[in-house]
Ligand binder design. Structure first.
Ligand code: ATP
Length: 252
């Protein structure tokens, strides 16, 4: 699982994320949402051990990301926004590299299944440099799924994917969660992730403004009807003034 406690991150002396706390349990798919600059990427990159937290505690599968980074990183995968690939490696060589890094055995059939699932099988020997934006994204997704991480994080994963690829990604994410992975993904496409995610963490200016299932968040927002969409919740939470009961409860 992913545990974030009292997490703050400053760039120079400017706080990007402040006293953030939430948990993603095995089997949960949590959507990290918020306006531009709210701190989503900073949070994901910090959990992945790329950025060092200014304060607080981040752990993945029971391993503290700062104190035990190798064990934490072995348990997680992050698909970044616009993933950097190795220009001179083919799609299949990216999977081989991933398998070597994570010391996987007998991974080839899973690798082939993933390439089939994401319609990359006929491009397996194409260099990354010659792939389209969406194909690069799918290559990074296949690499992330290859080692069956306990914590799977995806930063704006829908950007650049065609509708079929989005469907395939959803089913792969659901399968990973059903297999016990904790999934955390950021997106601005609220209508697209509303039915995928089991819960949401809504940030505004680096602070937690609401967290929980849509029903839990709605119950803290009496101004909204019980059928309010995620988008309506988002605007109320990020542009309204009141913090919700759910945010208060999640922060405790
Ligand atoms: P978006 O939806 O636009 O992708 P985000 O929610 O992912 O935004 P972050 O990228 O985490 O937001 O940025 C949060 C804050 O941190 C912003 O004010 C941003 O300017 C600042 N920030 C991010 N990266 C850096 C950096 N490397 N150096 C300085 N400030 C940064």
């Amino acid at each position: 699982m992913i545990v974030v406690e009292g997490f703050s991150k400053a760039y120079d002396d400017r706080l990007a994320v402040s006293a953030l706390g939430f948990t993603v349990r095995p089997g949960e798919i949590v959507g990290l949402v918020g306006p531009n600059g709210a701190g989503k990427t900073t949070t994901l990159r910090s959990i992945a051990g790329i950025l060092r937290p200014t304060a607080g505690k981040l752990s993945v599968a029971g391993h503290d990301v700062v104190e035990n980074p190798v064990a934490a990183k072995a348990a997680l995968a992050l698909v970044p926004d616009d993933p950097p690939l190795f220009q001179s490696l083919t799609i299949w060589e990216h999977l081989e590299l991933t398998a070597q890094i994570y010391q996987l055995r007998d991974w080839e059939s899973r690798g082939e299944e993933l390439l089939e699932r994401f319609h990359l099988a006929d491009r397996r020997d194409t260099l990354a440099d010659e792939l389209s934006r969406g194909m690069r994204q799918k290559t990074a997704v296949c690499s992330a799924f290859l080692h069956e991480p306990k914590a799977l994080m995806l930063d704006e994963p829908l950007t650049g994917l065609d509708p079929r690829a989005i469907r395939n990604l959803y089913s792969a994410i659901r399968d990973a969660a059903a297999g016990g992975a904790a999934v955390l993904l950021s997106s601005h496409l609220l209508g697209q992730i509303e039915n995928l995610c089991t819960g949401f963490v809504i940030l505004r200016e680096g602070r937690l403004n609401a967290a929980g299932t849509p029903d839990e968040i709605r119950s803290g927002l009496p101004a909204l009807g019980e059928n309010a969409s995620l988008e309506e919740i988002f605007f109320q939470v990020t542009e309204g003034t009141a913090e919700t009961d759910a945010a208060t409860a999640a922060a405790e």
